[in-house]
Design a protein around this ligand. Sequence first.
Ligand SMILES: [Zn+2]
Length: 144
Amino acid sequence: MTYSFLQHKISGAIEADDEYWRWLEEGEFRLPRCASCDHWTWPAHFRCGQCGSWEFAWTPVTLEGAIFSWTRSWYAFDRVMERKEDVPYVSLVVELPQAGGARVMGVLTGDDSRAAIGAKVRGTILPPSPKTKHYPSVTWAIVS
Ligand SMILES: [Zn+2]
């Protein structure tokens, strides 16, 4: 299989998170967990910061978390003109307690009037598209 994100990858990007994108494009959300000491390591690194192991298990993680931080974009910025029709939109940093408190980013869908720190959210994986620069993505919705 040829992965969309690999064809559009930014030159010079580190490759420690390639597995994240591969799994996401397969429709699975996985984060790296040290195969030696079980420490979650996100953002991805080549080596565990706790024990020094070079081995990671890309572990399935449920797409449920809480908003750690959020912001509403009111303008179409140069580097994300693909989203200009979506303005204004809310971007999130979501904390995943089931993955050692790892934090991931995504866009909030649906009613954004309840965006608040600590609000519970559930994620959905979307396939690569021009809007996401040919990367798969995760969108989040507030759980009532
Ligand atoms: Zn470790």
